[in-house]
Design a protein around this ligand. Structure first.
Ligand SMILES: C[S@@+](CC[C@H](N)C(=O)[O-])C[C@H]1O[C@@H](n2cnc3c(N)ncnc32)[C@H](O)[C@@H]1O
Length: 280
């Protein structure tokens, strides 16, 4: 375990999160005793762009039934469930935060996906999997917490079969400029390891990957948060509770985290970037 990992896991660990998610959904009329994976979409996709971003990333992997997909930093399991539900892939998620692993497991049971999604606690930088045990891998908004991108890439290369795809969707640094904390992935600068696309590319090629596609998604990210603000303002104007969104998994200071991230996106300092890598 790296020195920063316990603090990062504490950053994400939010007390009573599963019950909060279920209560927020019940409030909007969802029958939480008969939950479908799609009911969770607004709250279990913990990255910019939500389900749309996951769908667009997965489209570039080419999933088929039975394919063994690894989700590195699987959070509360939204992307893993979406992949399993929509393609029949067999998805394994690994995450540092034990409570997220427990919630992901429970939400998969509640949505009837326990046989096709499995979640284990562990670090992306030292994964408890045998060599060549997966047919594809993805990572969504996790690299910002990983101090060593070369170790991430060498671990991904080790557990993938040659010729397989590793789809990356992380927040990256596009230019110099100070970041204001907290951000969704870090309470302070000691937990944040945002890197440039160049850093990712060179770590990937050193591990034996070739880059087959790259797409900066800054404008998409700015639109995502603008649409969220519009929904919140509309609810407020009607005297209603704001609709459940990704802020739920960010805890009490979600608004500050989102405002700080939006400022960095609008300043062109940060942007989510997709990188599609192929091993060998
Ligand atoms: C912003 S969330 C993204 C979760 C998920 N990928 C998604 O898009 O819904 C970042 C996740 O990375 C996990 N994480 C942070 N450092 C990690 C590490 N060293 N190894 C594995 N997971 C890690 C956190 O626990 C958290 O669940």
């Amino acid at each position: 375990m790296t020195a920063v990992e316990p603090g990062i896991a504490r950053h994400y660990d939010i007390s009573g999160l599963e019950q909060r998610i279920l209560a927020a959904l019940a409030d909007t009329g969802v029958d939480v005793d008969h939950l479908r994976a799609s009911d969770l979409e607004t709250v279990d996709e913990f990255h910019i762009g939500g389900i749309a971003a996951t769908r667009e990333l997965l489209d570039q992997i080419g999933l088929i039934p039975g394919l063994r997909l690894l989700d590195i930093g699987s959070g509360v399991g939204g992307p893993a469930r979406f992949a399993a539900n929509n393609s029949g892939a067999d998805v394994t998620g690994i995450d540092l935060t034990q409570s997220y692993v427990d919630i992901a497991t429970s939400l998969s049971k509640r949505t009837g996906l326990a046989d096709r999604t499995h979640f284990v606690q562990g670090s992306a930088l030292d994964m408890p999997f045998a060599d060549s045990s997966f047919d594809a891998a993805m990572i969504l908004h996790v690299g910002m917490n990983l101090p060593d991108k070369r170790k991430l890439m060498s671990e991904a290369a080790r557990v993938l079969r040659p010729g397989c795809v590793f789809a990356v969707y992380d927040v990256m640094r596009l230019k110099d400029g100070a970041l204001t904390f907290p951000l969704p992935w870090a309470s302070d600068e000691t937990m944040s390891f945002v890197a440039t696309p160049d850093d990712y590319r060179s770590a990937a090629t050193a591990a034996g990957f070739s880059v087959t596609a790259e797409r900066p998604r800054g404008a998409f990210a700015i639109e995502f948060f603008a649409a969220m603000r519009t929904r919140m303002a509309a609810a407020q104007a009607e005297g209603k509770k704001p609709p459940p969104g990704v802020g739920l998994v960010m805890g009490e200071d979600a608004r500050t985290k989102i405002a700080n991230l939006t400022a960095a996106l609008e300043g062109g300092i940060l942007a989510p970037v997709e990188l599609i890598l192929r091993l060998g």
